[in-house]
Design a binder for this molecule. Sequence first.
Ligand code: PLP
Length: 454
Amino acid sequence: MRPNSLHAADLAHLVHQQTDLGAHEQEGAILIASGNGVRVTDTEGREYIEAMAGLWCASLGFSERRLAEAAYKQMLALPYYHTFFQKGHEPSVRLAEKLAAIAPEGLGHVLFQCSGSEANDAAIKLIWYYNNIRGKPQKKKLIGRVRGYHGNTVATASLSGQPHMQADFDLPLGDRFFHISNPNYYRFGQEGETEEQFSARMAEELEALIEREGADTIAALFAEPVQGGGGAITPPRGYFDLIQPILKRHDILLVADEVICGFGRTGNLWGSETYGMRPDMLVCAKQLTASYQPLSALLISDPIHAALMAGSRKHGSFGHGFTYGGHPVACAVGLETLAIYEERDILGHVRAVSPAFLEGLEALRDHPLVGDVRGVGLIAGVELVADKATKAPFPPAAKVGLLVQERCQAAGLIVRAIGDRIAFTPPLIITAEEIREMCGRFKAGLDAAWAELE
Ligand code: PLP
């Protein structure tokens, strides 16, 4: 590595997030310099198909000029203002109005934050506030799912079921966070158990937890329609149909974490629609601005909003807010993003190319490394196994997922290994031809990894 180079400065000064810092120290980083459609190019001139849309987020790819122009225009008109103290600005009002119009039924109030983590963290605070205001101060426990991911604040990392994001961070915090099993039917379904029976077992586990802890102590369940950070896990058949009546019966809220699924990822506007979820709160981010600006939104129902009103009367104000929450530039980009989705019928496009995407990956099921392929819309997970017949996994220390990720990179494809599951969430604008190219590069990566393992 050349002294004084960009890579040397990176090694010396930049703390990378969610990174194996030892490997980074040894190997350096891939620094991305530019983007064009679904492709990005690094500082060494290598081009990749970005099959993760960055972090499941760059829905319109990496070169949408209209979003840059919307940001520039807003910066000239009003580069900053907030929504504190009865003040506000048009982009935040118009975007809230738009979100309320397209939200699942009953979620007509919008609180803007900057990230998915912040919006989930705010959801936790609002749930506690709501239960205090409605006279249920004992009802505070929160349920997440093993391998669920809701963010990296102290509270959202506690709610997430990701042990490596908790270990040595002194998390999970306190005694308010509980987790039910990971709903990966392929990995955790028992011998002879149908998918529906597996869902019923998951629901029974939830019921048993509620019974053990007492329904009057449990406030909410947080669930991603499709688990992203867990490995792109689609829910087993009937899962949410069985879970929701249990929550209703025990007066437990359902929060849909749509940070990945929102805005078309599953082939419907909301993942909640795809899986028949009727959430009391919905969290969205990422594709809200195609990730050209940091913005998230927490959508809440009338009863929860009424509690905010009552709390504000009681305490003199609604005591929550961030300097950059609902930033005018981010909201202007959000409005332009949603306009592009409608004008270009992005939902129709996702539905049109989804079969090529799912079938293209499915065709690799015969590969000696591939145990399972599952997805919906433009999100999919491919599980690697040591033995296809028994589904036996590789030992974690073998880091086979990482090997495949690296060999894919060498073949010009960015994917994400989550343990031994390879996740795909390409930009929503990907074409059928680009999907074919993506699958070809994935096969090349799998073949290269297999050649080393054999
Ligand atoms: N929730 C889900 C489902 C996510 O996938 C993520 C991030 O990937 C988050 C929350 C956290 O969002 P952020 O990284 O914007 O804080």
